[in-house]
Design a protein around this ligand. Structure first.
Ligand code: NAD
Length: 462
């Protein structure tokens, strides 16, 4: 495609190709390198991924690809998922009524080995959302040096409205529907929003029933007694804290003296809060779907957790000022941890953030437009692909242990996790210096280079 002679011309042509390759929803066209016999205008590829989250993921990819002057061939091959499955299936509710549900599984790249990524339940789950999250999983695994491509899945359902039995039937049927595309060496699911150990146990059991023997290594994030790794449940939140410790050392911020605000008090947010509280940081704000809690003198996280266990929601906790769930993002603090859901820091609220650094516990919590504002305001952003990679890292340990039929102890798991995250942070800071860019672009560049190199070496079949 780029027949120009000068390297700047080549760079411009590549940027142009990449931009065309990744712009879904308009004339999302595949560049000529793959479009033999077809004209750009005939092709509307990419429409199926249409979602705000996919726009964010491809925007980030495009910027990193331009920074790397990535060959158009790889821009095309990496900016769309390799494989996606949509399933529509019935589930009988306790009332006897039959509910029709839609689920997805998206595998971003098959180049690096089996694919890996969680599945979630939520009323807004879509193919486009899964496509974005699968792409981020690829970058996360590549950054950590894990032998996986990225995947993500989910069922569009309000899990909070399901009884335990209904939740089990949804999980088992979804697992059965995915059989053609999953397997311990093919695609290994894990927990994500609104799913956890319980769902992983049902998923593993369903797959095992179909195979005729126990296949522990089909999912990670299982209960320990079923081949789960000690520390997996806490791994993402713990990983956020390990990365934060490394970041604080680098920028000269004392974590013990830091004020921290956390949005989301689920698997990621509550563990991060507990761990930070344990090391002496002042967690001054937390929130969940029901409310935000602020106490400028520091929240007693153990007491907040007890309240949560008793009441199921943060709202009503007595020793704090109650604010809206999103208000905690704007509380004056040194460290802000968005750990709830995507697209929470936007162009609208970014000018009002009062923190020194944002460390992304959630996937995709910062929009590209907001990131520009944060950058201008000198607020550091530790990107999701690094900050929340603790979960998939311990998932990898679990998968290795399941394959080996050998268990590592909790200290071993934590020590290896800390080491791998610190090494990844080192790769990010090195790349940031080498490429003169921010940490997100640096992290994506490391990952994209690695995946593109693997794709180049494997070549194209046939
Ligand atoms: P979770 O379902 O356990 O918890 C989500 C939390 O966010 C809950 O406390 C919920 O009440 C809260 N929440 C929902 N909407 C909110 C709102 N509008 N305002 C404030 N809080 C709100 O989910 P999780 O597993 O903790 O995942 C959180 C994020 O971390 C997601 O983006 C997920 O993709 C990402 N993540 C999770 C893992 C993992 O291992 N669980 C790994 C990597 C990334």
């Amino acid at each position: 495609m780029a027949s120009s002679t000068g390297s700047s011309d080549r760079k411009a042509a590549r940027a142009h190709d990449g931009a065309r390759a990744c712009r879904y929803g308009q004339h999302m066209a595949t560049p000529d390198v793959t479009a033999a016999g077809r004209h750009d205008d005939d092709i509307t590829a990419g429409r199926e991924w249409g979602s705000e989250l996919y726009r964010i993921a491809t925007d980030q990819f495009e910027r990193a690809a331009t920074l790397l002057d990535l060959d158009p061939e790889f821009r095309t091959r990496l900016c769309e998922p390799r494989r996606a499955l949509t399933v529509n299936f019935p589930v009988r509710l306790d009332s006897g009524r039959v509910l029709g549900l839609t689920g997805y599984r998206v595998q971003h790249t098959l180049t690096m080995g089996p694919t890996k990524g969680g599945f979630r339940y939520g009323p807004d789950v879509s193919m486009g959302e899964c496509a974005a999250l699968a792409m981020w999983m690829t970058w996360k695994c590549a950054l950590l040096g894990l032998p996986y491509g990225g995947a993500k899945g989910g069922v569009r359902v309000d899990a909070g409205a399901l009884s335990l039995g209904e939740r089990e039937r949804v999980t088992r049927r979804y697992a059965a529907e995915l059989i053609p595309v999953i397997g311990p060496d093919k695609d290994i699911p894990a927990p994500d929003m609104a799913t956890g150990e319980r769902e992983m146990a049902w998923f593993m059991d369903t797959y095992s029933q179909m195979m005729g023997h126990s296949v522990f290594e089909i999912v990670t994030g299982k209960p320990v007694v079923l081949g789960g790794s000690s520390g997996r449940q806490a791994a993402t939140g713990l990983g956020v804290v390990y990365v934060l410790e490394a970041v604080c050392e680098r920028i000269g911020l004392s974590l013990r003296d830091a004020r921290v605000a956390i949005q989301g008090f689920g698997n990621v947010g509550s563990v991060a809060a507990r761990e930070l509280y344990a090391i002496g940081a002042k967690v001054i704000a937390v929130s969940d779907r029901s409310a935000g809690l602020v106490n400028v003198d520091g929240l007693d996280i153990a007491a907040v957790e007890r309240w949560m266990t008793e009441h199921g929601v943060l709202s009503g906790y007595p020793d704090a000022e109650e604010v809206g769930p999103a208000d905690v993002l704007e509380v004056p603090c040194e460290v802000l941890i968005p750990a709830a859901l995507e697209r929470q820091i936007t162009e609208d609220n970014a000018p009002r953030l009062q923190c020194e650094l944002v460390i992304e516990g959630a996937n995709g919590p910062t929009t590209p437009e907001a990131e520009v504002v944060l950058h201008e305001r000198g607020i550091l952003v530790v990107p999701d692909v690094l900050a929340n990679a603790g979960g998939v890292t311990v998932s990898y340990f679990e998968w290795v242990m399941d394959h080996q039929r050998y268990t590592w102890d909790a200290m071993d798991v934590q020590e290896r996790l800390r080491r791998q995250l610190r090494a990844a942070f080192g790769r990010v800071t090195d790349a940031a210096e080498r490429l003169d860019t921010d940490w997100r672009m640096a992290a994506l560049s490391v990952s994209i280079e690695r995946v593109a190199e693997a794709a180049r070496l494997r070549g194209i079949y046939p």
